[in-house]
Write a new protein. Structure first.
Length: 256
């Protein structure tokens, strides 16, 4: 594909369609392997065949096709180039449905039994008991925890700045209390984030990737279904599903 054309297309994406530079760059990146000068049905099909032979799955190919159609729309509107109807009407390849991860109480218990890391145990307990998102849990301060420990509840600022109050259960408190000595030991070496309840082993704010990586490893040791897809968000799903199974009001569940 002509580099000058791709540069003009990228500029059009940002200036006319108001896409971010990253999105525009991703579009160009996905069609970088289209090596033909002309856009014809034959060339398009050959390109799809090349993508498939390189081991790309249907989801990846569909993403590339979407980017290619975007380029075609640009060529038709801005460059007044006729695009074959068959390309614009090309239907996305079928993607097999992934098996849903469904966790139950015994799965969470097994995960807790398969790790000795007090930080992970405390986080996993809080996820499963409260349904918090990672960002919500990780921003709880130590002072907030002390208040929640007394009142047995905590009001957080969630998605779209919505407030909601969660129950601070005894299970959460017990797990956090067992984690606190480890926290104190970390803070003795680096207290730059002493205001936070949860900190990394080096004393810094925790990152989602590290937590999800630990959860995946635990799930693999437990031989859980689709363990490589385990994440803090999947634990949040467990909390919502568990409340539904236990007969909680659907309106209350939706508030989470």
């Amino acid at each position: 594909m002509n580099k000058n054309l791709l540069d003009k297309y990228k500029s059009y994406c940002m200036n006319v369609w108001q896409l971010t530079e990253k999105t525009a760059h991703d579009y160009v990146y996905r069609i970088r392997d289209y090596e033909y000068d002309e856009i014809t049905v034959e060339n398009f099909n050959n390109w799809l065949s090349i993508l498939s032979k390189r081991g790309n799955d249907n989801r990846t190919i569909n993403t590339a096709v979407s980017a290619f159609k975007s380029l075609c729309r640009y060529l038709r509107v801005a460059e007044h180039i006729d695009i074959p109807y068959e390309i614009m009407e090309f239907k996305q390849l079928r993607i097999p449905k992934k098996e849903t991860i469904i966790l139950f109480d015994n799965d969470i218990t097994e995960m807790l039994n398969h790790t000795k890391d007090k930080t992970i145990i405390a986080l996993l307990t809080c996820y499963s008991e409260s349904g918090c998102r990672f960002s919500e849990l990780i921003d709880i301060s130590y002072k907030d925890y002390l208040r929640a420990k007394e009142t047995k509840e905590y009001t957080l600022i969630g998605k779209f700045s919505n407030e909601r109050t969660i129950a601070f259960t005894q299970k959460m408190i017990d797990a956090i209390e067992k984690y606190l000595p480890k926290r104190e030991m970390i803070l003795s070496k680096n207290d730059s984030n002493k205001n936070l309840l949860f900190i990394s082993k080096n004393g810094y704010k925790m990152y989602l990737g590290n937590i999800n990586g630990a959860l995946k490893n635990i799930a693999k040791r437990c031989n859980l279904n689709r363990a490589n897809k385990m994440s803090s968000h999947k634990i949040r799903h467990f909390f919502i599903t568990d409340r539904n199974y236990k007969g909680d009001n659907i309106v209350d569940i939706a508030a989470y």
